[in-house]
Ligand binder design. Structure first.
Ligand SMILES: Cc1cc2nc3c(=O)[nH]c(=O)nc-3n(C[C@H](O)[C@H](O)[C@H](O)COP(=O)(O)OP(=O)(O)OC[C@H]3O[C@@H](n4cnc5c(N)ncnc54)[C@H](O)[C@@H]3O)c2cc1C
Length: 320
């Protein structure tokens, strides 16, 4: 069976969920061979094997952290040359897309970005993309070279598929450009203690109806009562009420949690594009005609300043 390279996104050995989703998709088109780079790369092997990676290629060097993406592209290219895979899959983060694009140029291949599904085809893997704020879906395949495909988070389930744990060191020679751009400082993002937005099982989002940064406290309180992440509409982000890193939608993040609660959000198509695949959707909006109600499983027509705190209190009471 053809091998499929999967680029691993991890933090000091802790594999992020989108990579496990990639393994599910990779198994549809071949045998996943994972490429893990940087500090803790070897620590990723157990969880990757549990999810179907037949082999994990690892490399660690200061270049991966001290410089921007080129050293990682050098390493992925080395893996590509060692394995001659049927496809290369990369998570669709900003960094992932840059790595994938640079690799595709180097190996003379076509690239598909932001795929939301992947299936085997007679002439190579067929990727589904959601276009125009998910109003259309397109299916495409790469017609030149080895397909390089980036896949959006939450596009596939995480599935256990235990494989024997095989770890191999990947030999990487860095090119002259690898050290062209040095990282000169890093500022860790302040931890909120809440789950990562794209990985959370529950997301509570606020929109223009929240009416001010100071009022986001009630959205956060509801989120905390549920152990949820906090999201925001672009209107709330543009108003400076909540950080862009929490924006859900076409120009923000795509989420697909078990439960999505939208408060004071009208349900514009660009917002829906980032959350409409959520399993259960609840909206709180004072306008019964708001388009978000076309999408919901449960809707509350009411003032969020009255409904949200009551909901928080009720959840806390039931949790005891
Ligand atoms: C190219 C492009 C990309 C975009 N990308 C994104 C994106 O990634 N994400 C995104 O969200 N948007 C995006 N937008 C913007 C999008 O079109 C909408 O403008 C935006 O989603 C509206 O945000 P909102 O629902 O919070 O605000 P509004 O549309 O103003 O809706 C506010 C809602 O709150 C309700 N409300 C008001 N007060 C209360 C209250 N007290 N209690 C209950 N309900 C109340 C109102 O009835 C209303 O329905 C994009 C637009 C463009 C053109």
């Amino acid at each position: 069976m053809a091998e499929v390279l999967v680029y691993v996104d991890h933090a000091d050995g802790a594999v992020r969920k989108p990579t496990l989703e990639l393994l599910t998709l990779a198994r549809r088109i071949g045998e996943p061979v994972a490429v893990a780079l940087g500090a803790g790369a070897a620590d990723t092997a157990a969880v990757l094997a549990e999810h179907g990676a037949v082999k994990v290629l690892t490399a660690d060097a200061p270049e991966f952290t001290e410089y921007l993406v080129v050293p990682k592209v050098d390493a992925l290219q080395a893996a590509y040359e060692a394995v001659s895979p049927a496809a290369v899959l990369v998570p669709s983060s900003a960094e992932g897309k840059e790595i994938a694009a640079r690799l595709a140029v180097r190996i003379g291949s076509g690239i598909i970005t932001d795929a939301v599904d992947l299936e085997a085809g007679d002439e190579g893997p067929v990727a589904t993309q959601a276009a125009f704020a998910a109003s259309f879906t397109t299916k495409s395949r790469v017609s030149k070279g080895t397909p390089v495909i980036t896949v959006k988070p939450n596009s596939a389930p995480v599935e256990a598929a235990p494989a024997a744990r095989a770890v191999e060191a990947l030999a990487v020679t860095f090119g002259a450009l690898a050290t062209g751009t040095k990282v000169v400082s890093r500022t860790p993002r302040e931890s909120t203690g809440r789950p990562e937005l794209t990985e959370a099982a529950i997301v509570v989002s606020g929109g223009r109806g929240v009416n001010g940064a100071e009022n986001f406290g009630i959205i956060e309180a509801l989120a905390d009562s549920l152990g949820a992440a906090v999201g925001a509409s672009r209107a709330a982000v543009d108003a400076g009420w909540y950080p862009h890193s929490n924006q859900v939608g076409q120009t923000g993040k795509s989420v697909s949690p078990q439960l999505y609660i939208a408060s004071g959000i009208s349900g514009a198509i660009q917002h829906r594009a980032g959350m409409q695949t959520s399993k259960t959707i609840v909206a709180i909006n004072k306008d019964a005609e708001a388009p978000i109600f076309d999408l919901v499983d449960y809707g509350v027509v009411g003032d969020l300043f009255s409904v949200v705190p009551q909901l928080t209190d009720e959840i806390k009471a039931r949790k005891g």
